[in-house]
Design a protein around this ligand. Structure first.
Ligand code: 4H4
Length: 224
């Protein structure tokens, strides 16, 4: 069973992961979520976890002591794959998600403000991952994304074991258009091929649609 350890300044917000698919997945022991409050490890009398940057500059940097003591207390035998979430990390994509879903224990270290003191990255972090080329208010949103997308590849999380086979990015393409009842909605019909019952024609149509949509919207995916 996959274990997600999360080190955060806002442990209470992880209650949202007890809802819906992810809540059921935890109840079904598809994965375990352990949330740790970074402030509990600060030796500062005000439980501070940040300070001004050496060399000047705007913003605050996360101080090394709480981070190092928290990480070594959570993962004393260094069994977990320790991931720091920051805009400077490797850009997350489906290939990385599938790779990460095969790891038994992951420790997610959230960045805030201007990020971690560099020495903690050198000492205690195995991999730096970014969820996209933009800056969030809190690394927790990156952790939510990571837990959400990795969990889809864990046994028992998605009802239909095939759900991750035929979806966007699974074959390197964006997914084809989807339709459901009614056949005619406000004068708009479902493509006839989808009503034909001819599985070869449907499959060919869907692949053609995926290629066309990908070519138009994400040609970069075709050059991977
Ligand atoms: C962390 C900002 C590190 C800047 C942060 C740096 C992302 C992202 C993110 C809150 C915090 C921001 N985390 N993918 N994108 N100085 N985190 O924006 O290292 O660039 O994961 S820094």
């Amino acid at each position: 069973m996959m274990i997600f350890d999360v080190l955060t300044l806002f442990p209470e917000i992880y209650s949202v992961l007890s809802e819906s698919v992810l809540g059921r997945a935890q109840n079904d022991n598809a994965f375990k979520l352990n949330v740790y409050n970074l402030r509990d490890y600060s030796k500062d009398k005000h439980k501070k976890c940040d300070d001004t940057p050496y060399g000047g500059g705007v913003g605050m940097v996360m101080t090394p002591q709480p981070l190092h003591d928290a990480i070594t207390a959570i993962d004393p035998e260094r069994k977990a794959h320790r991931i720091y979430l920051s805009p400077k990390g490797t850009l997350l994509n489906q290939r990385h998600v599938i790779r990460l879903s095969k790891i038994q224990q992951v420790l997610l270290v959230n960045g805030y403000y201007e990020g971690l003191d560099e020495r903690i990255i050198a000492l205690d972090i195995d991999e730096e991952i970014s969820i996209g080329d933009y800056v969030l208010t809190s690394g927790d949103f990156a952790s939510f994304v990571l837990i959400s997308t990795i969990s889809r590849y864990l046994p028992g999380v998605l009802g239909n074991a095939d759900s991750t086979i035929d979806e966007s990015f699974s074959n390197g393409l964006l997914e084809y258009p989807q339709y459901t009842r009614p056949r005619n909605f406000l004068g708009l019909n479902v493509p006839e091929v989808l009503l034909s019952g001819n599985h070869k024609k449907i499959s060919d149509w869907r692949l053609a649609q995926s290629n066309q949509i990908t070519q138009i919207r994400r040609p970069d995916l075709l050059s991977d």
